[in-house]
Design a protein around this ligand. Structure first.
Ligand code: SAH
Length: 414
């Protein structure tokens, strides 16, 4: 089933040069901004709480819908702020109930998020970047190149709009959020960190129900370690030895496993912190039984839970998922060695919503082999990056991506 709603969006990028979007503010920022606004207008203090409630209860799609505000106050609010979610472009619903939303952002970029219902839970998988600069060889998003960073409002907005969509269809409340959509969240800390605060304290989603998934951006892991909340961390490991990992994940050259594990140990020392390893099993590539001892030893060192994910086919490489028997052999061997492990069944494959299959781009013609070939020829290591914070809206092939500067200036502020 596919529904399309034409929803015009402005052609300007979300550059923050105009009225601030209420959806991108942390509860503190929102409280302060609204208190100041209503104070100046001689309005009672409770107006700020009314508006904050409209924002976080999620029902109002616009300031005009904040019906307990006098009309004049709605107009005045509209003059100083905006409430803008990503515009819904397309929804695809899988035969297994998984629903993929395609969101259109300012400037024309598009990103996807996925709602994954399961007994007793509803997981929302959201995007943190339009495209991705890290070029992991097995990941469709990596092949589509980097568009731009999402703003905190665009990240939180995916949650807000998806949660309302699910609610309206009787799917219940979103119980978990995973940053496993498009992009590398820890290469966009400037927006992802406030978005974590907004989801947690604005929308009231428990920190332990929010998982940040990274391919191994060490400064980002360290920054997450410094946060007080117990956000979960997933590491996309995919290979337990550096030589093999380099072939799959160009970022391994920059942040090699031995250093990565030290950062994970630091994270794991925080009380209540949980680490998951994601391990995409590719036939004949990373599923040799000889990889089990180093995998077991890494997982034991950082007390990780291991998620084994049969590789989801993508158009750009001729790889196949590991045989079922091999995937289950990995699980049993890990468990016998005392490492908790599970096999993650693919969801939403029929609508290209499964892990690694998200590849929406505003330039469909640029997708696919020929645009670039990660990890073949070694050109990709320099393209990793916190790229594009100031280049919103300028989707470009990866060759034009700004140079790598992963450690983010001003990171300490969060
Ligand atoms: N950049 C972050 C967030 C994206 S998460 C990260 O890599 O962790 C997307 C998850 O799907 C990751 O665990 C990724 O390794 C996995 N994945 C990517 N391509 C896949 C594929 N083709 N089949 C199965 N899993 C894949």
């Amino acid at each position: 089933m596919t529904a399309v709603r034409a929803n015009p969006v402005s052609d300007r990028p979300d550059a923050g040069t105009e009225r601030p979007n209420l959806l991108g503010m942390t509860p503190e920022e929102l409280g302060e901004a609204l208190a100041g606004h209503f104070r100046e207008r001689g309005q009672p203090a409770y107006r700020a709480r009314q508006v904050a409630h409209w924002v976080h209860a999620g029902a109002a799609r616009s300031i005009a819908e904040m019906t307990d505000l006098p009309l004049a106050e709605r107009d005045a609010l509209e003059g100083s702020f905006r409430l803008e979610e990503p515009a819904l472009d397309t929804v695809s619903v899988s035969s297994d109930g998984t629903a993929k939303h395609l969101w259109k952002l300012r400037g024309g970029e598009v990103v996807e998020s996925v709602l994954i219902p399961a007994p007793g839970r509803l997981t929302l998988c959201i995007s943190s970047q339009a495209g991705c600069a890290l070029a992991c060889r097995f990941c469709a998003t990596g092949w589509s190149g980097f568009g731009r960073q999402l703003s905190a409002a665009e990240i939180a907005g995916q949650y807000r709009a998806s949660a309302r969509w699910a609610g309206e269809r009787g799917m219940g409340n979103v119980s978990n959020v995973v940053f496993m959509g498009m992009g590398e969240p820890l290469a966009n800390r400037k927006a992802v960190f406030p978005a974590l605060t907004i989801l947690n304290r604005g929308y009231g989603l428990g920190a332990r129900r929010i998982t940040v998934s990274t391919v191994g951006v060490i400064p980002g892991i360290e920054a997450l370690t410094r946060r007080r909340e117990q956000f979960r961390l997933a590491l996309s490991l995919h290979a337990p030895v550096s030589e093999l990992r380099r072939e799959l994940i160009p970022l391994e050259k920059r942040y090699p496993l031995d250093q990565l594990v030290k950062a994970l140990e630091g994270f794991n020392r925080g009380a209540g912190r949980r680490i998951t390893f994601e391990y995409t099993m590719i036939r004949g590539v990373n599923d040799d039984l000889a990889l089990l001892p180093p995998l077991t030893s890494l997982a034991t060192r950082v007390q990780a839970f291991v998620n084994l994910i049969p590789f989801n086919p993508i158009p750009y490489v001729d790889w196949k998922p590991s045989h079922r028997k091999r995937v289950h052999a990995f699980r049993s061997a890990l468990e016998e060695a005392g490492v908790p492990a599970a096999v993650r069944e693919p969801r939403g494959r029929d609508i290209d919503a499964a892990c690694g299959q998200l590849r929406a781009t505003r330039y469909p013609g640029l997708q696919g082999p020929g645009r670039r070939r990660p990890a073949e020829g070694g050109m990709v290591s320099g393209s990793a990056g916190e790229a594009g914070a100031g280049t919103a809206g300028s989707a470009h092939p990866v060759e034009d991506a700004p140079p790598a500067d992963l450690p983010e200036p001003g990171e300490g502020a969060h």
